[in-house]
Design a protein around this ligand. Structure first.
Ligand code: I3P
Length: 119
């Protein structure tokens, strides 16, 4: 799955302080049990239709993401206590890192949650 999400780092190694807490937009690809994140919007936009096409998965190993998250021991959930923005889900990672991601609508949010949890 590929798409654009806003991301906010909420906890790093369980700590809230010293974390850059602003939202920023990332291109994201979920492939197997890894999430690859890309900051370069023009580049991501130019590739997104290929990235959504499973028959073009051979390009995946050639990509150079800005950040990779392994999702195998992580849990994604809709955080209903976070009410400032809609369609926000939380990714809880085993070392205590937590990220908030905002999808463009509820269907997209649920699709990301399901695919992350079952990847
Ligand atoms: C953060 C930014 C985030 C906000 C966060 C702020 O400030 O305004 O949008 O999160 O609040 O710290 P900065 O841009 O100076 O880093 P929300 O949008 O979720 O409120 P927080 O620290 O209470 O999470």
């Amino acid at each position: 799955k590929a798409g654009k999400l806003s991301r906010k780092v909420d906890l790093l190694e369980g700590k809230k302080s010293g974390v850059i807490r602003s939202w920023s937009q990332y291109g994201m690809i979920l492939s197997g049990s890894q999430i690859m994140m890309f900051k370069d919007d023009d580049w991501f936009n130019s590739k997104i239709s290929d990235l959504k096409d499973p028959s073009k998965s051979t390009i995946l190993p050639t990509l150079k993401p800005d950040m990779i998250l392994m999702t195998s021991d992580s849990v994604a959930l809709h955080d209903k206590s976070y009410t400032k923005y809609k369609h926000v889900f939380r990714l809880v990672c085993p070392k205590g890192n937590q990220y908030l991601f905002q999808a463009e609508n509820e269907v997209e949010m649920n699709d990301w949650i399901t695919k992350i949890n079952y990847a």
